[in-house]
Write a protein that binds this ligand. Structure first.
Ligand code: GLN
Length: 544
C-alpha cells in the first residue's frame, strides 16, 4: 500500500481536492487501484448537520454516510463508491477514543491527544485504506489522503502529528507528501512570488513533515526561475515543483500534472489502459462545444454554487453527453414570489421564461418554497422541461394538488404542521428528536411501476434502480390515487409500493421529478439518466 498525503498551505480554496483527485486519476492511469480518505478537522461527526451555506453541499454515499463534498470529487474522478469511514472527522475520532475510555480499554492510563488520538487516526487510516472501494472486489494499492484545512491551524495539528508518525509506521518509502500552495502574481510585469510557499513549507517542516512534491496554484505556468527558487528554498528537487495554473476545464488537471512529469517523479509509468486518452477527449470535447443550453436552477443558496456542487456536475456530464455547452442561470426562488420589489420580481420571471429547462434541486426549510411551486407551475402549464430533485419533487406534487385537484393551501407539513390537506408529510420512521444521521439516507431501490415511461427508458429499461436518498418527508401516500387519477403518474415507487420515488407527466415534453438524489451517482462519460433527459428535452433533442 502506498499512501499519498495531500496537505494545503497559505489559504483555502486552492483546489486541493481537485489536485488530490487528479493525482488519483494518474495513479489509475499507471494501472493501480486507488482509494481515498478525506480528513476534516472539525468537531461535527459528519457533514450532515452543517449548513450548505457555510460548508457547501452535503454529499451522500451508498451506505448513507453524509460527508464532505470532496468525497464527491473522488467518486467522480476515480469512479469509486466510498463509505462513511472514508471521511474521517475529529468528531468521529474523539467519539471513538472517548467510548474506549468509558469501556475501560485504556487500563488506568491518562488518555491524551498524543498518543491516543494520533494512534486512533493512524489505525483508522490503515484500516480504511485497505477496504475495497470500487467494483473490482480487490484491495486498493494506493490511498490518497487529503488533509482538510490549512497546515498550521490549531485543529489540524493532531492530524499532522499522526501523519508524521505514520511514515515510520508504514515505511518512509511508502508515503509521499504532496503540499499544495499558492504562487501569487504581483506587479505590472506579473512577478511570481514564492514567499508564501516558502513560509508554509517551513511551517510543515517545523512540524516534522518534509514535502516530496510541491503543487503550486497560480494563474499562469511557473517560469523556470520560480521553479528553481522554490526548489532551492523548499528542499525539493526541481522536477518535484509542479504548477496547477488556470485551465479551461477541470478535465485538463490530471493531464497538466502528467505533462510536468508527476508519474515519473513518483517512480511510476502511465500504462496503455486508455484512461488518460479518455480524459484528453473529455477535456477537448468540453472546450469545443458550441451550441448552448440554459437551465434555470431555482434554489436558495444561489450565490454559493458549492451548495449544489454535484447537481452542477451532473448537469455538466449530461450536457457534455448531449453535445451542448451548459449555462446555468441561478434564480433565487424567493424572487419569483409576490411581495418582492417589482423590478427584482420582473427580472426573475424574465430569466425563468428565457431558460430552456428548469431544475428545482433539493432543499430544507420554508424560505423560497412558494417560488419553487410557482416555477413548477410555470413549467407544467407551459410545456417547459422540468426536473425536480427531492424537494423539487415535493413542490411539483404540491403544485399539482393545489392547481389540478383544487386543494387550495395544500403544502408540506415541513412548512405548516397543521396544514389541512398536506400533499407532503413527515415519514413515520424518522426521529423527531435527533437531526444528525436520522433521515432516510443512502442507496435504496426504486421499482418501476409502468413500462412505458420516459424515465425507465432513460435508465435503459431496467426494472429497478438504486439511487441515494436524503429526506424526511414524502408525498402523502393517501393522496397518490387522486393525483394519479388526475394525470400525474408515479412511475417509480419503493419496494413497499407505497412510497413515491419518481413522478412524471405523460403528456408533457419532460416533467420529471425524483425523491432521490441522482446527482451523487453521475460520472463524467456516464451521466445520470434523468439529468440527461432534462438536457435532451431542453435542447430539443429526442428522448430515448
Ligand atoms: N426537506 C425535504 C425533506 O426532508 C427535502 C429534502 C431534500 O430535498 N433533500 O424531505
Amino acid at each position: 500500500m502506498r499512501y499519498i498525503v495531500v496537505s494545503g498551505g497559505v489559504l483555502s480554496g486552492l483546489g486541493k481536492g481537485v489536485t488530490a483527485s487528479s493525482i488519483g486519476v494518474l495513479m489509475k492511469a499507471c494501472g493501480l487501484r486507488v482509494t481515498s480518505i478525506k480528513i476534516d478537522p472539525y468537531l461535527n461527526s459528519d457533514a450532515g448537520t452543517m449548513s450548505p451555506f457555510e460548508h457547501g453541499e452535503v454529499f451522500v454515499l451508498d451506505d448513507g454516510g453524509e460527508v464532505d463534498l470532496d468525497l464527491g470529487n473522488y467518486e467522480r474522478f476515480l469512479d469509486l463508491n466510498l463509505g462513511r469511514d472514508n471521511n474521517l472527522t475529529t468528531g468521529k475520532v474523539y467519539s471513538k477514543v472517548i467510548e474506549a475510555e468509558r469501556r475501560g480499554d485504556y487500563l488506568g492510563k491518562t488518555v491524551q491527544v498524543i498518543p491516543h488520538i494520533t494512534d486512533a487516526v493512524m489505525d483508522w487510516i490503515e484500516t480504511v485504506a485497505h477496504q475495497c472501494s470500487d467494483d473490482s472486489g480487490l484491495e486498493p494499492e494506493v490511498c490518497i489522503i487529503e488533509l482538510g484545512g490549512t497546515v498550521g491551524d490549531i485543529e489540524s495539528a493532531p492530524y499532522v502529528e499522526a501523519l508524521r508518525q505514520f511514515q515510520f509506521r508504514v515505511g518512509r518509502d511508502n508515503v509521499t507528501f504532496v503540499h499544495v500552495s499558492l504562487v501569487p502574481v504581483m506587479g505590472p510585469v506579473g512577478e511570481q512570488k514564492t514567499k508564501p510557499t516558502q513560509h508554509t513549507v517551513k511551517e510543515l517542516m517545523g512540524l516534522g513533515i518534509t514535502p516530496d512534491i510541491l503543487v503550486c496554484r497560480s494563474s499562469a505556468p511557473l517560469n523556470p526561475e520560480t521553479r528553481a527558487k522554490l526548489a532551492a528554498f523548499c528542499h525539493v528537487p526541481q522536477e518535484a515543483v509542479i504548477s496547477t495554473h488556470d485551465v479551461p476545464n477541470i478535465y485538463h488537471v490530471p493531464l497538466m500534472l502528467e505533462a510536468q512529469g508527476l508519474c515519473a517523479t513518483l517512480g511510476l509509468k502511465v500504462q496503455p489502459n486508455g484512461l488518460l486518452d479518455d480524459w484528453r477527449r473529455m477535456a477537448h470535447h468540453l472546450d469545443a462545444l458550441q451550441e448552448n443550453v440554459t437551465i434555470a436552477m431555482v434554489g436558495k443558496y444561489t450565490d454559493l454554487s458549492d451548495a449544489y456542487l454535484s447537481v452542477i456536475k451532473a448537469l455538466q456530464h449530461a450536457a457534455m453527453a448531449a453535445d451542448r455547452k451548459l449555462t446555468i442561470d441561478w434564480l433565487e426562488a424567493g424572487e419569483l414570489e409576490h411581495g418582492v420589489a417589482d423590478d427584482v420580481h420582473a427580472d426573475a420571471w424574465k430569466r425563468l421564461r428565457a431558460a430552456d429547462g428548469i431544475l428545482v434541486p433539493g432543499g430544507f426549510g420554508h424560505r423560497g418554497v412558494e417560488g419553487k411551486i410557482l416555477a413548477a407551475n410555470y413549467a407544467r402549464t407551459n410545456g417547459v422541461p422540468y426536473f425536480g430533485i427531492c424537494l423539487g419533487l415535493q413542490v411539483a406534487a404540491i403544485e399539482f394538488a393545489r392547481n389540478v385537484l383544487g386543494m387550495e393551501g395544500s403544502t408540506s407539513t415541513e412548512f405548516d404542521e397543521d396544514c389541512p390537506n398536506p400533499a407532503v408529510i413527515f415519514m413515520p420512521e424518522i426521529s423527531t428528536t435527533h437531526l444528525g444521521g436520522t433521515m432516510r439516507l443512502g442507496s435504496r431501490p426504486t421499482l418501476f411501476q409502468v413500462d412505458d415511461c420516459k424515465v425507465k427508458r432513460l435508465y435503459g429499461g431496467s426494472e429497478s434502480v438504486d439511487e441515494r436518498h436524503r429526506h424526511r418527508y414524502e408525498v402523502n401516500p393517501e393522496l397518490i390515487e387522486r393525483l394519479e387519477a388526475a394525470g400525474l403518474t408515479f412511475v417509480g415507487k419503493d419496494e413497499t409500493g407505497q412510497r413515491c420515488e419518481i413522478l412524471e407527466l405523460p403528456d408533457h415534453p419532460y416533467f420529471v421529478a425524483v425523491q432521490y438524489h441522482p446527482e451523487f451517482k453521475s460520472r463524467p462519460g456516464r451521466p445520470s439518466p434523468p439529468f440527461l433527459g432534462l438536457i435532451l428535452a431542453a435542447s430539443g433533442q429526442p428522448l430515448p
